[in-house]
Design a protein around this ligand. Structure first.
Ligand code: SAH
Ligand code: AVI
Length: 342
C-alpha cells in the first residue's frame, strides 16, 4: 500500500493495487473465465480511462434511464438521507466520476456533519480526476482517494468517524448472487453500529426497456463492451480483433438480469502473451462480459437483512424504475434511534 499527499491541502491518495496488480488480476480472470464453457469475464475490466469515459457517455444516453432516475431520487431525498445518517464520512464504492456524489456532499455539508469523502475505485485515472474535482469544490473537506477493488479490499478501507457508504449506479447488480451475498456481508463486518449503507439498485421492468438500455442506437454501449478486448490486448499482449465481435444484450427473465456478451463473427484463435495462452472461438460463440441484475423490493431487502443490515428507507421514482435504499448496521438494543425503522 502507498499513501501520497498531493498538493491540494486535504487530498490524500491510497493505492491498494500494486503496480502489477492490474495485469496479474486480469491474467487470473482470463485464465479462469476464457478457458470455461461458456466463456466469461468480470465486468470490472471495462474500466480503464476509455471505458470510464464511455460509461459517462452511457449515462447521458436517452435509453439509459438508471442514471437519470437515481439522480432525481437523490435530489429529492438527499437532505433526509444526510439527517438520518448523521455521517461525517461519506465513502463511495465504485465512485467513477463522482458526479451524483455532489448531491450527498452538499446535503451532509448543510447538515453540518461532513468532514471526509472517501471515493474507492479500481480505475486510478478516473478516481484521481474526480477526487481533485471534489477537493477543489469543497475547501476544508478531507478527501481520501482509495484505489482498490471493493471485492477484495473492503477490510483495508480506513475506518474514520460515522460512515455512510454509498454504492450507487446499480453497480451492486454487476455482482452475481453469490458475490453479492459475500460483498454485503463483508461490508457489514467492516462497518460499526450506526454506520449506514446507501445502495442504488435497478428494478425489474419491461424487457424491451431493459434491453434498449444496454443496446443503444448510437452504439456507445457496444463500444464500451468491446473496450474489454482493447484492455486485454494492451495489458496482456492479446491479439483480439474487436470488430470481429458483435455486441449482444439480452434479458434473462429467470435470473432477473441483463447480460452483455461479445459474439465471435468467425472462427478465431486469440493469442495471449501473458499468460501464455491460446483461446479458440467458434463462429457465433459468445463470451459473457457483464451481468446486470434487476431487483424486486422484497428480494433486495431480504439480501440486506441477511447480511445484517436494518433497512430504514426505500426511495424510488414515480415510475418505480430505480431504487435507492438506506440501511444501517443496527446499534445495540437501547442504543439506537428510530431511524432504523421504516
Ligand atoms: N458510481 C458511479 C459509477 C458507476 S460505473 C455512477 O453511479 O455513475 C462502475 C464504477 O465502479 C466504475 O468507475 C468502475 O471502475 C468501478 N468498479 C467496478 N468494479 C469495481 C471493483 N471491483 N472495485 C472497485 N471499483 C470497481
Ligand atoms: C455500472 N453498472 C451499474 C452499469 C450497468 O448498468 O450494469 C454498467 C453498464 N453496462 C452497460 N451499460 C452500463
Amino acid at each position: 500500500m502507498s499513501v501520497t499527499q498531493i498538493p491540494l491541502p486535504f487530498l490524500y491518495t491510497v493505492n491498494h493495487l500494486g503496480p502489477d496488480h492490474l495485469r496479474r488480476a486480469l491474467a487470473e480472470d482470463v485464465r479462469a473465465g476464457l478457458t470455461s464453457a461458456p466463456k466469461w469475464l468480470p465486468p470490472k475490466w471495462f474500466y480503464d480511462a476509455t471505458g470510464s469515459e464511455l460509461f459517462s457517455r452511457i449515462t447521458r444516453l436517452p435509453e439509459y434511464y438508471p442514471a437519470r432516475r437515481e439522480t432525481a431520487i437523490l435530489r429529492e431525498h438527499a437532505e433526509e438521507i444526510a439527517a438520518l445518517s448523521g455521517a461525517d464520512t461519506l465513502a463511495e464504492l465504485g465512485s467513477g466520476t463522482s458526479e451524483k456524489t455532489g448531491l450527498l456532499l452538499g446535503a451532509l455539508s448543510r447538515a453540518g456533519t461532513l468532514k471526509t469523502y472517501m471515493p474507492v475505485d479500481v480505475d486510478a485515472a478516473t478516481l484521481d480526476a474526480a477526487a481533485r474535482r471534489v477537493a477543489s469544490a469543497h475547501p476544508g473537506l478531507a478527501v481520501w482517494a482509495i484505489c482498490a477493488d471493493f471485492e477484495r479490499h473492503l477490510a483495508r478501507l480506513p475506518r474514520i468517524g460515522r460512515r455512510l457508504v454509498a454504492f450507487l449506479g446499480g453497480t451492486v447488480g454487476n455482482l452475481d448472487d453469490r458475490a453479492r451475498a459475500s460483498f454485503l456481508s463483508e461490508l457489514h463486518t467492516t462497518l460499526s453500529p450506526g454506520d449506514g449503507l446507501l445502495l442504488g439498485a435497478d428494478l425489474v421492468k419491461d424487457t424491451g426497456r431493459l434491453v434498449a438500455a444496454y443496446d443503444d442506437g448510437a452504439g456507445v454501449t457496444a463500444a464500451f463492451n468491446r473496450n474489454v478486448l482493447a484492455v486485454m490486448n494492451r495489458e496482456l499482449g492479446a491479439d483480439f480483433a474487436p470488430q470481429a465481435f458483435e455486441h449482444v444484450a439480452l434479458y434473462d427473465g429467470r435470473l432477473h438480469r441483463v447480460e452483455m456478451r461479445l459474439r465471435a463473427t468467425r472462427p478465431m484463435r486469440v493469442h495471449f502473451r501473458e499468460p501464455a495462452l491460446t483461446v479458440p472461438f467458434r463462429a457465433g460463440e459468445e463470451m459473457r462480459t457483464e451481468i446486470s441484475t434487476k431487483f424486486y423490493r422484497y428480494r433486495l431487502e431480504r439480501e440486506l437483512q441477511r447480511a445484517g443490515f436494518a433497512v430504514s428507507r426505500w426511495y424510488t421514482d414515480p415510475a418505480q424504475d430505480f431504487a435507492v435504499v438506506l440501511a444501517f448496521v443496527p446499534e445495540p438494543r437501547g442504543g439506537g434511534a428510530d431511524r432504523h425503522h421504516t
